[in-house]
Design a protein around this ligand. Structure first.
Ligand code: RTP
Length: 168
């Protein structure tokens, strides 16, 4: 039984231009994979200004907004979707697939890397707020909004783990 993706909580994660340029894509994705989240969408993309402005529209009035848009559009970003589907697939319990949004924010750490705990992505890999390597949705509703902004229909894969082992 595979739950439909609409009923499963998903989070939108973006590796910002500094993360891509510093070669941290594998490291960052790996942290979410090792936690046990399932990768259900993935892209590398040079973000146009209009999309960056729409993505961060809630911060439009902030003094740092123009700098933030320059930063996000300064080079390619890698963005992905993670869900915690494991229970849904094996036991049909879609309701157990909640919490990925809040849990991913914990793995990411505080906005200002100086306040981010060691062990978090920002705590281990970043130094400045304006270069904090990764973004994660701050609520399930924002997750849906951001996934809709950055992905087209048909680009998500609700895959199930193979029942046969890959190595024999
Ligand atoms: P994000 O949306 O990127 O995951 O970050 P966040 O929720 O932890 O923080 P938020 O307040 O939504 O800010 C979004 C991004 O804007 C940049 N920022 N610069 N004072 C500053 O210069 C400043 N404050 C925020 C950061 O890149 C932050 O992640």
């Amino acid at each position: 039984l595979v739950a439909s993706m609409e009923e499963v909580e998903q989070t939108y994660i973006m590796i910002k231009p500094d993360g891509v340029q510093r070669g941290l894509v594998g490291e960052i994705i790996s942290r979410f994979e090792r936690k046990g989240f399932k990768l259900t969408g993935l892209k590398l993309f040079q973000c146009p200004k209009e999309l960056a402005e729409e993505h961060y529209k809630d911060l439009q009035s902030k003094p740092f907004f123009p700098k933030l848009i320059d930063y996000i559009t300064s080079g390619p970003v890698v963005f992905c979707i993670f869900a915690n589907l494991v229970n849904c697939i094996y036991f049909g319990k879609a309701w157990e697939g909640v919490g990925v949004v809040a849990s991913a924010r914990k793995l990411i750490g505080a906005t200002n890397p100086l306040n981010a705990e060691p062990g978090t992505i920002r705590g281990d890999l970043a130094v400045q707020t304006g270069r904090n390597v990764v973004h994660g949705s701050d609520s399930p509703d924002n997750g849906k909004r951001e996934i809709g902004l950055w992905f087209n229909e048909g680009e998500l894969c609700a895959w199930a783990a193979a029942l046969e082992p890959w190595l024999v």
